[in-house]
Design a protein around this ligand. Structure first.
Ligand code: GAL
Length: 811
């Protein structure tokens, strides 16, 4: 017998392992992130040459394009800007003062038809796929591109996604290269607006390459819904199998449910699926779950359905879908019930941009933002007025936040029906979604027959694709029943809270929801109206004519059972829609939190009536050197029974706290300490504010200090300027500069000042931002190597500070 040396044995083993790896790799399906290493260049909406001859060269008249065109794989893009997606080019542009229509509403960023040179973006991405996968099916999945994205792969036109919000997927199996690299080219055209708020521009959500067998379960091919009956739940699992092979396919499909730790609880039977060429079939299976843990706001329990597709005894596709079990009831007289428990909807409306980064949010930011809203006591989020980012819904599923998922337009044209169907199919497994919205404030049609008919069509589509839920529509119509309101299952009120009672009398069987409520405009830390700088006082005082103060709507909603609750316009400030002033104001003031997520005073109003925590908050701050001896309106937000206020230990009187209200004292200013003592059922709670000293320190508070070294994880670092006793100086506006060591990067800075024209982005690494009323914010993204990162903040005349962040292995 031939002897094998140790070295030969090792080589053989390596070969076997390599072979096994190759086989499993061929067998396995993959979801490959295409977020990294893109090339970006502006095109031009009015100059063909500057738009790489787009519309001059024939990109569409032959199936594969000529070598001279931009979409040809050989086109040289080496000088283009290197970027990763999510990417929002609008946030990088300067603010431009302009009277152009839509400029103010879009935050004075030069994007749109009037700015052809900064409204077209070309993206190119090179990637390779191993030859061992050449018999697979490939699909490109784009979660969201703003907007009108034309897509080519290897010179072949793939498709156009008109929507800036709902993603789309394309089968590209026939165009894939395995010997050469693949080149994906996208022309993004942001010359048209879809909304009247900042919308960003570019590939601002994830891009995926999905690789499966030719017989497979499509991305949106699993639908899980359940019915709670007594202590049990009947779970229905609908699984679609698609055969894209050019021969018949015989497979077996089954599913099982696991708990959140992966323990298998129940399985369906195995069911044969025999499919002809290019055919699909949906298999409906039922499972009983005994004593399920229900998905609730306090315990957002998530089960998983694992769907398995087998052929010739091999698993050819397996998917995992998170779902939750809950029961929902809307009662026109008694209100809203989740799992049989009465809940008042304490919601906020939100757009999707954040300080520093515009609409291109790392996934972590979705969790950060939802966490802030949840801490305030909010239990519901309306994604106004468009499809949310998938990761936002994942955050809401995981953290326990209900969601209204909204269609961009009330329109039943084939384009918008298609968008609505894609939205419904993409999002119907998310337990957080408790209501669909078919549109918002379509003043030209909401009160007439067009509106009624379009709604009926959209409602029928919703029931067909998701029979487990119902819909609302956000109407700015007051007590008016015509049109959409005649047919909508849940009547939505945008503002006009005074009309709700009469409407309820006239239509006692239609549940009522405040889809947009309140809308006090406030600038964080500002206490005087300032028409020059375009600031409004940070108290529940100022609102546009169509809206109301927080206390006006919330008292009605809280005290009348027939109100399901409502959604404040808005949770966070957002870019665009400056109100009541325009330039220099570039972002809205409607938020309870500013664009960075720093609370304004109204936050404590909502928190005092939306949570059971003991809240005691005094405003304004107590640094008024020019106001000695002059009167100041002091507000106290609390949910105690009584509050007594003291200035420098002298009592200013005790007051009884009216429910869903606040307390006010008129105080002659003298520096020192303003103290509130609250009494609640005999329990004492104390809060105080003090006149601070000079600013001396920069204090850094990272949301987390341990990040995954995956190149995607991120953290917010909040920055506060304090005096030597550690008290935040509420008027400090010092300029702060930031540095970070290799292996992590700063991706944006902000300060919540709605009139700041400082850049949020910095191409040269000289990051800086002034504080606004004591605070600013930096967003940091992790690199890919484990180890420590040092983040430093410096400001002339203040003590500089460093923070160490740790990057750890993601496994
Ligand atoms: C509403 C509209 C919102 C926002 C708001 C500002 O009418 O639905 O998108 O524009 O007004 O107050």
């Amino acid at each position: 017998m031939k002897k094998i040396t140790l070295l030969q044995l090792r080589n053989k083993l390596v070969l076997i392992i390599f072979f096994l790896f190759a086989i499993t790799n061929v067998m396995a399906q993959e979801k490959i992130s295409l977020d990294e290493d893109w090339k970006f260049h502006f095109g031009h909406a009015a100059n063909v040459e500057k738009d790489f001859d787009y519309s001059k060269t024939a990109l569409l008249h032959k199936s594969n394009v000529y070598a001279t065109t931009i979409v040809h794989p050989k086109f040289i893009d080496s000088t283009w800007q290197k970027i990763n997606v999510p990417h929002d080019w609008a946030v990088e542009l300067p603010f431009v003062k302009s009277e152009q229509v839509e400029m103010d509403s879009h935050g004075y960023k030069p994007v749109g038809g009037a700015y052809p040179e900064t409204s077209i973006g070309w993206y190119r991405k090179h990637f390779s796929v191993d030859k061992s996968k050449s018999n697979k099916r490939f699909e490109l999945q784009f979660d969201g591109i703003y907007r009108n994205a034309e897509i080519w792969l290897n010179g072949f036109y793939v498709g156009t996604n008109f929507s800036g919000y709902v993603g789309n997927s394309y089968d590209v199996s026939d165009y894939m290269n395995f010997d050469n690299e693949n080149v994906l080219v996208i022309r993004v055209d942001a010359t048209q607006y879809e909304g009247w708020f900042y919308e960003g521009a570019g590939i601002y959500r994830h891009v995926w390459l999905n690789c499966t067998d030719k017989t497979f379960i499509p991305e949106d091919g699993v639908f899980v819904h359940s019915n709670v009956k007594g202590n049990n739940a009947e779970v229905t699992i609908e699984t679609t199998v698609q055969n894209n092979d050019l021969k018949n396919s015989n497979s077996i499909v089954y599913s099982y449910i696991t708990d959140r730790n992966g323990k298998i609880l129940v399985r369906t039977k195995k069911q044969k699926v025999n499919l002809g060429i290019l055919k699909n079939q949906t298999i409906k299976q039922h499972l009983q779950l005994k004593n399920p843990e229900l998905w609730s706001l306090e315990n957002p329990y998530l089960y998983r359905v694992v769907s398995v597709l087998k052929s010739e005894n091999q698993i050819i596709h397996q998917t995992k879908t998170r779902f939750g079990i809950k029961s929902v009831q809307f009662d026109a007289k008694e209100g809203f019930f989740l799992n049989g428990k009465h809940i008042k909807i304490q919601g906020t409306n939100n757009h999707q941009d954040h300080a520093g980064i515009g609409s291109a949010l790392p996934d972590y930011m979705q969790y950060y933002r939802i966490k802030l809203l949840k801490e305030m006591g909010s239990n519901a989020y309306r994604s106004s007025h468009h499809a949310p980012t998938p990761e936002l819904l994942e955050a809401c599923d995981s953290l326990g936040m209900l969601v209204i998922d909204e269609q961009r337009l009330l329109n039943s044209s084939p384009e918008y029906i298609d968008q609505f169907k894609r939205l419904l199919k993409r999002d119907r497994n998310h337990p957080s979604v408790f209501l669909w919205s078919i549109g918002n404030e379509e003043q030209n049609i909401q009160g007439n027959e067009y509106g009624k008919k379009i709604s009926q069509t959209l409602l029928a589509i919703q029931k067909d694709i998701d029979p487990s839920r119902t819909s609302t529509y956000a109407a700015d119509m007051g007590n008016d029943f015509k049109g959409v309101n005649e047919v909508i299952p849940i009547r939505g009120f945008n503002y006009r809270e005074y009309a709700v009672a009469d409407y309820h009398k006239d239509h006692p069987n239609q549940p009522l929801l405040g889809t947009e409520m309140g809308s006090t405009v406030t600038t964080r830390g500002i206490y005087e109206k300032d028409e020059i700088r375009a600031y409004v006082p940070d108290q529940d005082i100022t609102h546009p004519w169509w809206a109301s103060k927080a206390e006006t709507w919330w008292k009605l909603a809280a005290e009348n059972k027939y109100w399901l609750g409502g959604f404040v316009w808005t949770g966070f400030d957002y870019r665009g829609e400056p109100t009541p002033y325009k330039w220099p104001n570039i972002s809205s003031h409607f938020g309870i939190l500013d664009v960075c997520g720093f609370p304004k005073n109204i936050y404590y109003y909502y928190k005092s009536w939306w949570t059971n925590e003991d809240i005691l908050h005094i405003s304004p701050h107590w640094n008024w050197p020019d106001k000695v001896g002059k009167p100041i309106d002091v507000w106290v937000n609390s949910n105690a029974d009584e509050v007594e206020l003291f200035l420098n230990e002298k009592s200013l009187g005790k007051k009884t706290m009216e429910r869903n209200s606040h307390l006010q004292w008129n105080v002659l200013y003298e520096p020192g300490t303003l103290e509130a003592i609250a009494y609640k059922k005999g329990k004492k709670n104390i809060a105080k504010i003090e006149t601070t000293g000079q600013a001396t320190n920069v204090v850094l508070t990272p949301d987390k200090t341990i990040l995954m070294a995956d190149g995607k994880d991120a953290t917010v670092v909040n920055i506060s300027i304090t005096d030597e006793k550690g008290r935040e100086v509420p008027t400090a506006n010092n300029m702060i500069s930031f540095t970070i060591t290799e292996n992590a990067k700063i991706i944006g800075v902000g300060n919540g000042d709605p009139s700041s024209h400082e850049p949020d982005k910095c191409a040269t690494h000289s990051w800086q931002r002034s504080a606004f009323n004591g605070k600013c914010q930096v967003i940091i993204q992790a690199g890919k190597n484990t180890g420590e990162v040092t983040f430093e903040a410096k400001s002339i005349g203040l003590k500089s500070t460093t923070k160490i962040l740790k990057l750890v292995n993601s496994n």
